[in-house]
Design a protein around this ligand. Structure first.
Ligand SMILES: Cc1cc2nc3c(=O)[nH]c(=O)nc-3n(C[C@H](O)[C@H](O)[C@H](O)COP(=O)(O)OP(=O)(O)OC[C@H]3O[C@@H](n4cnc5c(N)ncnc54)[C@H](O)[C@@H]3O)c2cc1C
Length: 347
């Protein structure tokens, strides 16, 4: 088997945290390769147009590299992607975009083999350390109901404009669902919001969003159906079941309502395939990887966990960009110490 390239560190995932580590490794003069299945910042590319971060600019900027927003407001996804591109250019980082790592495994002697695929061509890389920065939002969490794959049903909001003057069912009740429902309503959609619990999760919704949605619902501008969940979607209608106190559908209590479009804001889940391939332990319902919080090294020596994937598929968000900055110096220091203790070159 021919190895295309050898390096000290392979970073898998060029989201905010993978790029931040790439900057730190560049500054420390440690060779690395940075892979992404899509473009740098891929997760942020699919947010709805003109979405503002909940976080403020100084909290998501890479330490020492200010993110300046012309209007001093929370940055938009476009602001942040432009920032990420300029950081990558400034530090001369060569990201391997659109090159997913499809397999990673330990080699005898302590290094790792990574296999990538781009446009049908497989490439093989060897690295002394692997950093998994693959994020927690790889795919939507499906309801697994009939009709979920129909063309008028989506798990992603791109542009609220497409729902102008349309009957839209938004499903969900957390921050994204509430924000998307409000934006679509302000873009002229006739919005119904279905949430499986009996009320909004008030302690976990941003206060400004909660106040906004409660006002819009109270004034009769949006229909809110708490305690309901879709159990089937057809081209014309949605069958909504009443739920019990845990949010599960009750048999027989079903209402059939007509909608033009359905937007399912039921959250996202991590793809932990590479963790499983490497033998990283995945703990609990959230499947959070086992790692040492002092070093971010997983239970597999030489494999590190970086960024929001440290929480697996988070049901309640504890890991954000701002909490992930601390991961970078821990990983960097550990790798520097290992390199100082060895011959300093890849085996
Ligand atoms: C609407 C919305 C608003 C948000 N607002 C905020 C906010 O205000 N503040 C905040 O901190 N967070 C926010 N988030 C969450 C935010 O997206 C994450 O915090 C951030 O993107 C996490 O960065 P990350 O580097 O950990 O992971 P990601 O950005 O998800 O990056 C992971 C990268 O890994 C790549 N990847 C995955 N598997 C492979 C593979 N096998 N091979 C190669 N590459 C791979 C992916 O393509 C992706 O680019 C929001 C999310 C949404 C949807």
């Amino acid at each position: 088997m021919q190895i295309n390239e050898k390096t000290q560190v392979a970073i898998i995932g060029a989201g905010p945290t993978g790029v931040e580590l790439a900057v730190a490794l560049t500054q420390a003069d440690i060779p690395f390769l940075l892979f992404d299945a899509g473009q740098i910042g891929q997760t942020i590319t699919w947010w709805p147009k003109h979405t503002r971060f909940f976080s403020t600019s100084e909290r998501i900027a890479i330490p020492g590299l200010p993110l300046t927003v012309f209007d001093q407001q929370h940055p938009t996804n476009d602001d942040y992607l432009a920032y990420l591109r300029s950081v990558v250019q400034q530090f001369g980082i060569q990201a391997h975009a659109y090159q997913p790592v499809i397999e990673v495994k330990p080699l005898s002697g302590g290094d790792f083999l990574l296999i990538t695929e781009r446009k049908g061509i497989r490439q093989h890389y060897r690295a002394a350390f692997v950093v998994l920065a693959t994020g927690g939002m790889a795919e939507p969490r499906l309801l697994n109901i009939p009709g979920e794959d129909l063309p008028h049903v989506s798990h992603f909001l791109n542009d609220p404009h497409v729902y102008f003057h349309q009957e839209l069912l938004v499903v969900g009740g957390r921050n994204s669902a509430v924000e998307y429902a409000l934006r679509c309503w302000r873009a002229g959609a006739k919005v119904t919001l279905s949430y499986h619990k009996s009320d909004f999760p008030k302690t976990s919704i941003k206060p400004a969003l909660l106040q906004d949605i409660e006002t819009v619902v109270r004034e009769g501008n949006m229909r809110f159906l708490p305690g309901t969940v879709p159990v089937e979607i057809t081209m014309q209608d949605v069958l909504l079941a009443t739920t019990d106190e845990l949010g599960n559908p009750l048999a027989g209590e079903i209402e059939q309502l007509p909608f033009d479009f359905v937007l399912l804001c039921t959250g996202y889940q991590a793809d932990l395939t590479l963790f499983r391939q490497l033998g990283v332990d995945l703990l609990g319902a959230e499947q959070s990887p086992r790692f040492d919080p002092e070093t971010m090294e997983s239970n597999v020596p030489g494999v590190f966990v970086l960024g929001t994937v440290a929480g697996g598929t988070q049901s309640k968000f504890m890991h954000f960009i701002e909490t992930s900055h601390a991961h970078v110096p821990k990983i960097l220091t550990t790798i520097q110490q290992r390199l100082a203790g060895s011959s300093g070159v890849i085996r």
